[in-house]
Design a protein. Structure first.
Length: 674
């Protein structure tokens, strides 16, 4: 495929980015949460206390006024004094010095379970959260087992077996608590894997691990940091309990658990002994928990985009694959040669979703169409007719629970038979998607150059300079004049129109022959909509692309379409060249949509509408699905399924009264009965 430069379109949406290109990289919402948190005095106090504990433990040797093991039997169980500021224990040892020396090992040892839990929980949670399926079920089972194990009992057993080996005990404890991290990461990954920009990366063919590291990990990091505080505090308390029980720590050396044990043994004789160590422990655990919980409360709720993509390719069982179309209609065609003029052929496509009862509910039912090189086919219809599911099925991107059957052939290759891995290679390089939410389709953490460069590198490779050149070429191709400053920009610095141009550039980076655009102008204001449509039109003409455009707007079809497939309740009800459809629709539903076009509105005359609603898939009748809303419906329309009837060489209509509709249109235009 050759590329060509398309002139810039107008000025709106292609000018400077909304914000200054030189602005620093945007601070993520987690960074903002931390900045806000640091303004709160309680958090500063908690943080200050922890810093004090760490620093005094590190410099205990220099700070402690006495040797923590030195005994002064004359001063046994003494209260605070000028010599012993916090008093002494039953052997006359200085409590302050013992507290200063007793925290270091504990604070360090508590890090081990946290590190182990992260090393296990993060990669496994991310992987199974992303791929789902059996790996997910197995990992979940193992974690359920881990949760059922009482950690203390296991660690006690380990201490016996390993002769009180503290590092080993902490590692085992880390393995047991890693389930919590796993669950957190898995849930965050599941929420992130369906974000539009993750979908966009997947559609561009970016590898699974690159997506996990670059696009999903940043979303998981915030909750992980918060959880780290809570986990550390739990590990700290757990190890204090072990030390209290005389396990893990050297009984000759002071430790905070040992100090609690000593204080509890002397509670009757000297209750004061419990006060200093109790206060230190409570303050330390409270500070850790408070910091963790405060960050948790300030973490922004993840903004979830529309759920789209499981990485699996479920297979629709034969009985569900049949859809509800009349039997005997299906006529499998021979595959087109790879160099055919018809890069995309969809035949008898059925898309179904699993129902809670375990069955399958079709939502797209026997859809067929073909798109030629340099042609735009519009899937048009009201909301819920199955346009998006048809488009997503061609890309192998159905949402969780959905499966497709029938045939989707790209340059003669059957896509529905491909594995997810094979399909990932096809997406981006042969067929690409432009979504309706350009802002959601771009990762807010990376500049335009970085995101576009990744995809260029993936599909073309090349040196840094070559990738950079190609990025600029692509930006120019989509009508961006000031490529240098836009390439440096982050998504939030772009206008909606500019962001959509960048998304189109992303879709073109792999030089696909087929572009699928799902309502690409819906999120944009009307002037920008026209520019983006112009851009798509000129790109499609210059690059010879086959374009499948999903829209609910016949005005868009009129602007850009060559062929229209009008969809109603999961079926194509009319397939026709756009000019002919607009001049004389051959299905009453197309006629209704046409009459309702605001472009034809007459001032003072209410705009006609198609009364009623599109039926939900579960309410589809077995006869004509439009009959309940159709002004032409007669008894015969309710007698059984209506096949798609050929009304001209290149036109078909799913209406048994299509000829009468044509006659009435002729009558209306000529005033003469044909
Ligand atoms: N994840 C899902 N699970 C079950 N049913 C779904 C799912 N997603 C969509 N559907 C159903 O599939 C049908 C077709 O939806 P689709 O999104 O393709 O319609 P559409 O014509 O593109 O409408 P819109 O313009 O609103 O997206 C609808 O009835 C919808 O409820």
């Amino acid at each position: 495929m050759t590329t060509a430069t398309v002139p810039a379109h107008g000025t709106q949406g292609v000018g400077e980015p909304v914000a200054q290109p030189g602005r620093p990289r945007p601070r993520g919402s987690f960074a903002t949460a931390i900045r806000d948190a640091l303004r709160r005095p309680a958090i500063l106090i908690a943080l200050g206390w922890l810093v004090l504990v760490v620093v005094s433990s590190v410099f205990a040797g220099a700070l402690a006024p006495h040797d923590p093991l030195a005994q002064d039997l004359d001063a046994r169980l003494a209260g605070p004094s000028a010599t012993y500021w916090l008093g002494t224990d039953e052997l006359g040892r200085d409590l302050l010095s013992r507290i200063l020396h007793g925290g270091g090992v504990l604070l360090l040892a508590a890090l081990i379970p946290v590190v182990v839990a992260y090393l296990l929980g993060v990669p496994i949670g991310m992987f199974v959260g992303y791929v789902g399926g059996r790996a997910d079920a197995l990992a979940d089972f193992v974690v359920n087992v881990l949760f059922a194990i009482p950690a203390l009992v296991v660690v006690l057993a380990v201490s016996v077996v390993t002769d009180n080996n503290l590092p080993f005990m902490t590692v085992v404890f880390g393995v047991i608590v890693s389930g919590g991290i796993f669950r957190l990461v898995r849930a965050s990954t599941q929420a992130s894997r369906d974000l539009l920009y993750v979908d966009a990366a997947r559609v561009s063919g970016v590898s699974r691990w690159t997506i996990l590291l670059r696009h999903i990990l940043p979303n998981v990091l915030g909750p992980l940091i918060v959880q780290g505080f809570l986990l550390y505090s739990g590990a700290f308390l757990f190890l204090t309990s072990l030390s209290f029980l005389g396990l893990g720590f050297d009984p000759q050396q002071p430790s905070w658990g040992q100090l609690v044990f000593d204080a509890s043994a002397n509670l009757d004789d000297d209750p004061w002994m419990m006060v200093p160590i109790g206060a230190v422990l409570i303050a330390t655990v409270a500070a850790l928990n408070y910091l963790g919980n405060s960050l948790l409360a300030t973490l922004p709720t993840a903004k979830r985009a529309r759920l789209l993509t499981p990485p699996r390719r479920p297979v629709l069982p034969a009985e569900a694959a049949a859809g509800t179309a009349p039997a005997g209609r299906r006529t499998p065609a021979a595959a087109e040669p790879a160099d055919s003029d018809v890069p995309l052929v969809v035949e008898d496509l059925v898309v179904s979703f699993r129902t809670p009862e375990g069955g399958w509910q079709p939502v797209v039912d026997g859809v067929s169409f073909a798109v030629h090189r340099g042609e735009t086919l519009c899937l048009v219809g009201e909301s819920g007719c199955g346009k998006t599911m048809t488009a997503l099925a061609t890309l192998g991107l159905l949402p969780e629970g959905g499966a497709a059957a029938g045939s989707v052939r790209l340059a003669g290759r059957e896509l529905l038979d491909l594995s997810e891995r094979e399909m990932a290679q096809v997406r981006g390089s042969q067929i690409a998607l432009i979504s309706q939410e350009p802002m959601g389709a771009l990762d807010p953490c990376f500049s335009v150059r970085s995101q576009l460069g990744d995809v260029v590198k993936l599909h073309r490779g090349g040196s840094r300079a070559e990738v950079r050149r190609r990025v600029h070429e692509l930006l120019r191709l989509v009508g961006i004049p000031n490529v240098e400053s836009v390439a440096k920009s982050f998504p939030h610095q772009l206008s909606g129109g500019m962001a959509q141009r960048v998304c189109i550039a992303l879709a073109l980076a792999g030089e696909p022959s087929v572009l699928v655009a799902d309502e690409p102008t819906t999120a944009l204001d009307p002037t920008i909509q026209a520019e983006i449509l112009d851009l798509l039109r000129s790109l499609q003409e210059t690059l010879g692309l086959a374009l499948v455009l999903v829209t609910h707007d016949l005005g868009v079809v009129a602007d850009i379409g060559d062929v229209a497939a009008v969809m109603y309740a999961g079926q194509v009800v009319e397939l026709a060249p756009v000019d002919e459809l607009l001049a004389a629709p051959r299905h009453p539903y197309s006629q209704g949509l046409l009459d309702a076009m605001p472009e034809d509105a007459v001032r003072g005359v209410p705009l006609p509408t198609v009364a009623g609603m599109v039926p939900l898939p579960r309410d589809w009748p077995t006869h004509c699905r439009f009959a309940a809303r159709c002004p032409l419906a007669v008894d015969a329309c309710r007698e059984g399924p209506v096949p798609l009837l050929t009304v001209q060489a290149d036109r078909s209509s799913r209406c048994i009264r299509t000829d009468e509709l044509a006659r009435s249109q002729d009558l209306a235009t000529t005033g003469v009965t044909p």
